[in-house]
Design a protein around this ligand. Structure first.
Ligand code: PLP
Length: 356
């Protein structure tokens, strides 16, 4: 039986994506060849690359002047490519969690890093709002969805310097205004495809402004010039991403995804509020992620956490254990997660309440 997959990443993909990708792995477009064994410069693969980039542009309404890149190395490679290409003297970072921290660590290799605010002292349980971005920063880096802690910046902020956003775990979850960002990037393995590819949406004019020499593979201009084909791209993850994006389009695009995501998140947060056993990890409602819902058991029931995990696993649910740095539970309810799976979790929470 198919499980209710609440894994944080790699995570649930739609059966549409999995089935169509599987078909192309066996036989791509009745060519008698697998998508895994054809040249990335073949007509068949070029069409896949083109369509995937075009779907990014269509679904997110990306203005002209931006490039869409599909690169190896995951989001973590971007932590170093960003300062390599963009940091001349100083960059500003918002510290909202583990991933933000990893990005900060890499930037420090290249110049001054101004961490404008941090919620570390409270285990990253909120999004800081009281900070100023220095006007002389080369860019300001944010992590819009903090996958581990369950907080999310849900609005596209105005920023006087180039705004760079890690959207690994909330890309395509809501409509957004790409023009407010100089760059958006992320790993594919949350809302897009199996691991192995990172997406980069970058405003071309921000490049070419640093003094240092940049190794060819780490220079965004290489990949823009070569259409993400400087070297062999991660062909199968890109093929899977194309199917996910086709599926989003069929369902009505990011507006439709957003509507479904709000509904799923509300069902789960409402139950966390109502159920006397549980409490949300995130006090400020405005900061609660609609992608990763974190919650714990109230102090008087703490000893029941392991039992609840067993209880849900007996009901076909997987991936609910919270990250080791937070504890408790984390239900990742990405785009591909159905409302009925969220309802199954809510039913289990109610049943468990009755059982003790
Ligand atoms: C998962 C994740 C990453 C790491 O992605 P990799 O592709 O494994 O490097 C970075 N940032 C955020 C917000 C994530 O959720």
């Amino acid at each position: 039986m198919k499980k209710h997959n609440f894994s944080a990443g790699p995570s649930i993909l739609s059966s549409y994506t999995i089935q169509h990708t599987a078909e192309g792995i066996l036989d791509l477009n009745q060519s008698g060849l697998s998508v895994m064994e054809i040249s990335h410069r073949s007509k068949d693969f070029m069409a896949i690359m083109d369509e995937t980039q075009q779907l990014f542009k269509d679904l997110l309404d990306i203005p002209s002047g931006y490039s869409v890149l599909l690169l190896g190395g995951g989001a973590s490679m971007q932590f170093c490519m960003i300062p390599y290409n963009l940091l001349n003297k100083k960059a500003a970072y918002l510290d909202t969690g583990t991933w933000a921290n990893k990005a900060i660590k890499e930037a420090k290799i290249f110049g001054d890093v101004d961490v404008v605010a941090s919620s570390k002292e409270s285990t990253y349980s909120y999004i800081p709002r009281d900070y100023k971005v220095p006007a002389d920063a080369d860019y300001f880096h944010i992590t819009t969805n903090n996958t581990i802690y369950g907080t999310e910046i849900k609005e596209d902020m105005d920023c006087a310097v180039n705004l760079v956003a890690d959207m690994s775990s909330d890309i395509f979850s809501r409509p957004m205004d790409v023009s407010k960002y100089a760059m958006i990037y992320g790993g594919a393995q949350k809302n897009l495809a199996p691991a192995g590819v990172a997406f980069v949406i970058i405003k071309d004019e921000i490049l070419g402004k640093v003094d240092r020499a940049i190794p060819t593979m780490l220079d965004y201009r290489t990949h823009i010039d070569k259409g993400s084909m400087f070297n062999t791209p991660p062909c199968v993850p890109i093929y899977a991403a194309m199917h996910t994006l086709r599926w989003y389009k069929e369902l009505g695009g990011v507006n439709a995804m957003y509507k479904m995501n709000l509904e799923k998140a509300a069902i789960l947060y409402d139950e966390i509020e109502r159920n006397p056993l549980f409490v949300s990890g995130i006090g400020n409602e405005a900061d609660r992620s609609i992608m990763n819902v974190t919650f714990v058991m109230k102090d008087e029931y703490k000893d029941k956490e392991a039992d609840f995990l067993t209880f849900t696993s007996e009901r076909g649910m997987s991936g609910l254990k919270g990250h080791r740095s937070v504890g408790g539970f984390r239900a990742s309810i990405y785009n591909a997660m159905s409302k009925s799976s969220v309802e199954a979790l809510v039913d289990a929470m109610k049943e468990f309440e009755k059982s003790i």
